[in-house]
Ligand binder design. Structure first.
Ligand code: DAH
Length: 345
C-alpha cells in the first residue's frame, strides 16, 4: 500500500546521514530524481480512490518536503557542490560574467545639477517638448521678427499663421511660462529637458540637446540673489575656488541680461584648447525676468521680481569629462558610456 511505502521511506530518509558528495547525489537521484521514488509514488497516487486522496495527499506532500529538506540540509552542511550529471551540466563551472549598465554622462550631470539646486530649495518642473508659439516665443517677449523664430533655427510641426505655430521647443525657457501661468509666486524651480534646433549635426552642434532652466520669482528678488545662487552652484559643481564673471548680454525675456563665464575647469585658467587660451569658458545665460514676461503670465511686475538662467547640460558635462564631440552623447556606444560609471553615482 502507498501509506506503508511512505512510512518505510520516511524512516529511511530520517536515518540517512552522509558527508560525502557522491552518497548525497545517490540519495538525490533515488528520491528526488526524475525517475526517483517520489515521482513513482506520485504516479501511484493518481490511481487511488477519491476518499484516500484526501488524506494521502497531505501525507505525500509532507513526505516530498522531508526528502527535499534533508537533501538541502546535508548539502548546506557538507558544503557539497551541486553536481548534476543528469543533464550533463557541471554547475560547479564558473558562470559567464554579465555587463552591468552605466548611467549616461548627461544623466549623471543632470542629477548633480538637480541635487545642488535642491539644496537651495529649487524644485524640479517639466514641460512638453512640442510647444506652441506663445510658450516658446511670444510670452517670452520675442519680437515678431526675431531670428530665433526663423525656419532655419526652429523645427516647425504646424504652421498656424499668426501666432498659431506649433514647433519643437528651442529652449526650456518655455517651461518658465507654463509654470508661472499655472501658479502663484513665489516660484523657485529648475526645469531640465530636451530642446531642438535646426542645425547640421557635427562635433560642435546637434539638432537636439539638453538644457536646465532656472527660475526664481518672489518679492524683492535682486541681481545680487542671482549672482549668489549661481556662484554657489559653480562652487558645488566644479569645486571651491572656481571663479565666475558676468558679461552683459541680451535675451528678449530678461532685462538686464548676462552671460556667465567660469575659470576654465580643464587648465584652471592657464589657457588650453577648451577655453581657447582665454582662461574662461561661458556656461550659461541669465538675467532678471523682464516685467513684460511676468505680465504675460498674469504676475504683478510691480510687486514681484525674479531671475532666470539657462544652461546646456552637454556643455556642463564637457567641462567635467572633456567630451569634445557632441555626437558621442547620442550614439549609444557602450564603450563611451561605460567610462563614466564611477565618476559620479
Ligand atoms: N533660453 C536661452 C537659450 O536657449 C538660455 C537662457 C538665457 C535662459 C537667459 C534664461 C535666461 O532663463 O535668463 O539660449
Amino acid at each position: 500500500m502507498l501509506q506503508d511505502k511512505i512510512t518505510q521511506y520516511t524512516a529511511e530518509i530520517n536515518a540517512f546521514l552522509t558527508e560525502k558528495a557522491d552518497e548525497l547525489e545517490q540519495f538525490r537521484i533515488k528520491f528526488l530524481g526524475t525517475k526517483g521514488i517520489i515521482k513513482d509514488i506520485f504516479d501511484e497516487f493518481k490511481a487511488v480512490s477519491p476518499e484516500e486522496k484526501r488524506t494521502l495527499g497531505k501525507v505525500l506532500n509532507e513526505f516530498k518536503q522531508l526528502a527535499e529538506a534533508k537533501y538541502q540540509t546535508l548539502k548546506d552542511q557538507g558544503g557539497v557542490a551541486e553536481v548534476s550529471t543528469d543533464a550533463g551540466i557541471d554547475l560547479t563551472l564558473p558562470g559567464e560574467g554579465f555587463e552591468i549598465g552605466a548611467r549616461h554622462p548627461l544623466a549623471l550631470v543632470r542629477r548633480e545639477i538637480i541635487e545642488i539646486f535642491n539644496k537651495l530649495g529649487f524644485i524640479v518642473a517639466e514641460g512638453p517638448e512640442i510647444e506652441d508659439d506663445w510658450h516658446n516665443f511670444s510670452a517670452l517677449n520675442f519680437p515678431e521678427e526675431h531670428p530665433a523664430r526663423d525656419m532655419q533655427d526652429t523645427f516647425f510641426i504646424k504652421k498656424g499663421g499668426e501666432k498659431g505655430d506649433i514647433a519643437l521647443r528651442t529652449h526650456t525657457s518655455s517651461v518658465q511660462v507654463r509654470m508661472m501661468e499655472a501658479g502663484k509666486p513665489p516660484f523657485r524651480a529648475i526645469m531640465p529637458g530636451r530642446v531642438y534646433r535646426n542645425e547640421a549635426i557635427s562635433a560642435r552642434a546637434h539638432c537636439f540637446f539638453h538644457q536646465v532652466e532656472g527660475l526664481y520669482v518672489d518679492e524683492n528678488v535682486s541681481f545680487a540673489d542671482l549672482k549668489q545662487t549661481l556662484f554657489y552652484f559653480v562652487q558645488e559643481l566644479y569645486g571651491e575656488g572656481t571663479k565666475v564673471r558676468f558679461r552683459p548680454s541680451y535675451f528678449p525675456f530678461t532685462e538686464p541680461s548676462a552671460e556667465m563665464d567660469i575659470s576654465c575647469t580643464i587648465c584652471k585658467g592657464a589657457g588650453c584648447q577648451m577655453c581657447k587660451y582665454s582662461g574662461w569658458v561661458e556656461i550659461l545665460g541669465c538675467g532678471m525676468v523682464d516685467p513684460n514676461v511676468l505680465e504675460n503670465c498674469n504676475i504683478d511686475s510691480k510687486k514681484y521680481s525674479g531671475f532666470a538662467f539657462g544652461m546646456g547640460i552637454e556643455r556642463i558635462a564637457n567641462l567635467k569629462f572633456e567630451i569634445k564631440d557632441l555626437r558621442l552623447f547620442s550614439e549609444n556606444d557602450a564603450r563611451f558610456l561605460k567610462q563614466y560609471k564611477t565618476s559620479l553615482i
